[in-house]
Design a protein around this ligand. Structure first.
Ligand code: BTN
Length: 320
């Protein structure tokens, strides 16, 4: 808390100096104690200049997913008001699931700088090297039936695609149901998990992995990163903040019964409608033309015999 107060004063001074006296008054600590706090912030990666005559000046913040940095100027009501962060963890989804089972409240977000067992859809793994990507899991307790949960998948994918567009200017597009691609290569994936008993939904975990500054050599061939496409690194903190703001807004659309707006936006952010695709389901594989997304979020595919098939989940490959 004291550290957050010190940072708040330094950040509010518009990059100017703040005297040791002013800091000690605000934090209610001696000047020697302030010096110790500044030392510990430096160890966390904050670049703080100390001048004997002018005082302290903040020159740089660490590019690590530190809760206070994520929460700083975050414009959400509940999502990310509490952030639990790890330097390294097996999987943020596994951690968030365990926390939710123990009753942690809606809106808590678990983030990590590195995952050792990042999990993907359909039992796959998710490459999660240190400091390159954003790996986070949101704990939600929506008042909806388990059957409606796929709507949140679409809401999450438009949030990710929109965020990448806003923060980097790159044209991120969605491939049904929730892959986000740049130049036909996967930059982000979403893993939704839930706990439900019969018709009662207990909680949902929305796990999102985005390759932000990840060097391309650390990613699978079909993957890319924002920095890899843009040619320069971007702030993972900024991206996380915008993502949480977009996700909260789209989550509210779903829970307030405005899902049609999510579908409309999803259609604007995809380039697959009209394309020929191959769908892999657990028991069969077939081709067809992706024609639309239905009002419940399912994909409508026109088969070669003219029949329209409704796809609830599965793996889709674009054939073009
Ligand atoms: C996929 O496309 O297969 C989904 C990938 C989801 C990866 C994210 S990273 C944060 C969260 N924790 C995990 O273990 N998986 C999700």
């Amino acid at each position: 808390m004291i550290d957050e107060e010190i940072l708040l004063v330094l950040k509010s001074s518009n990059d100017g100096y703040v005297s040791g006296e002013e800091l000690s008054k605000t934090a209610g600590l001696s000047r020697a104690a302030i010096w110790k706090r500044v030392e510990s912030l430096r160890n966390e990666g904050y670049d703080i200049e100390a001048s004997p005559h002018l005082g302290y000046r903040l020159l740089g913040v660490p590019d690590s997913l530190i809760p206070s940095e994520i929460k700083w100027s975050l414009k959400t009501r509940t999502l990310g008001r509490e952030v639990i962060s790890y330097k390294k963890i097996d999987s943020t989804n596994t951690a968030a699931y365990d926390m939710a089972k123990k009753g942690i409240k809606e809106g808590v977000v678990v983030v990590a700088d590195e995952q050792t067992k990042g999990r993907g859809r359909l039992g796959r793994t998710w490459a999660s090297p240190a400091r390159g990507g954003v790996y986070l899991s949101c704990i939600l307790r929506p008042a909806m039936s388990p059957g409606e949960v796929p709507k949140l998948t679409l809401a999450a994918s438009i949030s990710v695609a929109k965020t990448i567009r806003e923060v980097s200017g790159l044209t991120a597009v969605i491939k049904w149901p929730n892959d986000v691609l740049i130049n036909s290569k996967k930059v982000s994936g979403i893993l939704l998990e839930m706990k439900a008993e019969q018709d009662r939904l207990d909680f949902v975990i929305i796990g999102i992995g985005i390759n932000v500054n990840t060097p391309l050599k650390l990613l699978p061939k079909i993957g890319t990163s924002i920095a890899g496409e843009l040619g320069e690194e971007i702030s993972r903190i900024k991206l996380t903040q915008v993502l949480l703001e977009n996700l909260e807004a789209n989550y509210r659309l779903v829970t307030n019964g405005d899902f049609s707006k999510v579908i409309d936006e999803w259609k604007d952010l995809t380039d697959m409608l009209g394309s020929r695709i191959r769908i892999t389901l657990p028991n069969r594989e077939f081709e067809g033309q992706a024609i639309d997304v239905d009002s419940d979020g399912t994909l409508l595919v026109r088969l070669d015999n003219g029949f329209i098939e409704k796809i609830f989940s599965g793996d889709v490959r674009l054939l073009r």
